[in-house]
Design a protein around this ligand. Structure first.
Ligand SMILES: NC(=O)c1ccc[n+]([C@@H]2O[C@H](COP(=O)([O-])OP(=O)(O)OC[C@H]3O[C@@H](n4cnc5c(N)ncnc54)[C@H](O)[C@@H]3O)[C@@H](O)[C@H]2O)c1
Length: 317
């Protein structure tokens, strides 16, 4: 019996628009899900953004990847080779002890040279005879380049979908966002339509801090596409700031006041300025050295930014 797990509820953070799916997900081509949406927002800050969805399906079943026996893993590998998703090859393993995860972690490489390049001088390199590498069919189906260390996970997804007919695969990773780890799963694309989705009312978004940011109007297309990134601008450089930051005004009154005093001097007189209202992402620390200014050291994704005006001269404060 293959080990399975079912969930009363699961969560997904994202737009739920399939065309936004990127290549290279550790869980392959389906919909990434978890039991800890806030941990995933933190781990993949800037990538895992947007609404939180609650997903349910009575009687759902996921393959519990970490509880596979050796015999079951071998059976999956055999099936994968027979079906053209994997080939056997000699691999080169570099291991180290991860203090935060409190366990040994490893990466496999195709060649000894690659492994030697990545390994610390004292780490031994172990030759794995009869290891598995992914084929183009695996890459295409899972939308990844399936590095050796991902192959077993990705093969599990294909076996669970094609042979076991399950909803997805579950990896019960340790909940440790600071070590970029949290339990996670995938629902296969062919099964997504059998699930119900309810958008969670985002209390955290309602309680986040709103701040105001002035930028050059000509920078707007870049900001609306990529968001705001912390940097050391000319004024910060003059003040000897060492850590990249994004600066804000706490309210429109303070901003209006700054505009008619010192802020205008910071930009060239002919430069057109825009005004942005910014919802600071949940969990980001807002700092302040002076009454009239706030700053953060984390990026702000585009969906947290609203343009109040593209020409601040014509804005009614
Ligand atoms: N998003 C999550 O809730 C979540 C949960 C667990 C793990 N993760 C990890 O974070 C990484 C990034 O996750 P991601 O979801 O932002 O990246 P992604 O590239 O899988 O998805 C990008 C966007 O496409 C949408 N999307 C993806 N697949 C979809 C589908 N089948 N149907 C409809 N919409 C779909 C998502 O809502 C998301 O906004 C994943 O590779 C995974 O390792 C994310």
């Amino acid at each position: 019996m293959f080990p399975t797990k079912s969930f009363p509820k699961l969560w997904h953070v994202g737009t739920m628009d399939t065309t936004h799916k990127r290549n290279g997900s550790f869980e392959g081509a389906g919909l990434s899900v978890s039991t800890h949406p806030e941990a995933w927002r933190r781990i993949a800050r800037g990538h895992v953004t947007g609404p939180t969805w609650i997903l349910t399906k009575p009687g759902n079943k996921f393959l519990d990847h970490y509880r596979l026996t050796e015999a079951q893993s071998t059976e999956i590998a055999k099936w994968a080779v027979q079906n053209g998703y994997a080939e056997t090859a000699t691999l080169y393993r570099v291991s180290h002890y991860d203090d935060e995860l409190e366990s040994e972690v490893y990466t496999d490489y195709h060649t000894r040279e690659e492994a030697e390049y990545e390994a610390d001088e004292e780490s031994p390199i172990k030759e794995i005879v009869g290891g598995l590498v992914g084929t183009d069919s695996l890459h295409e189906r899972t939308r990844t380049d399936a590095s050796p260390v991902m192959v077993a996970d990705l093969l599990s997804t294909l076996y669970a979908e094609d042979v076991l007919g399950l909803d997805g695969v579950w990896w019960n990773d340790k909940l440790s966002p600071e070590a970029y780890s949290a339990p996670r799963g995938v629902i296969f694309q062919s099964k997504v339509k059998e699930w119900s989705f309810v958008k969670k009312v985002d209390e955290s978004a309602q309680s986040t801090v709103t701040l105001y940011h002035v930028c050059l109007t000509r920078s707007l297309p870049r900001i609306l596409e990529n968001g705001l990134a912390p940097r050391i601008g000319p004024r910060s450089k003059r003040r000897g700031e060492k850590k990249p930051a994004i600066y804000f005004f706490p309210d429109l009154e303070t901003l209006d006041d700054a505009l008619s005093n010192w802020l205008g001097d910071e930009f060239s007189e002919s430069a057109k300025l825009a005004l942005l209202k910014v919802q600071i992402p949940h969990g980001v620390e807002v700092k302040s050295d002076v009454e009239y200014e706030r700053h953060i050291h984390e990026p702000v994704p585009p969906d947290h930014i609203t343009v109040l005006t593209r020409d601040i001269d014509s804005f009614e404060f």
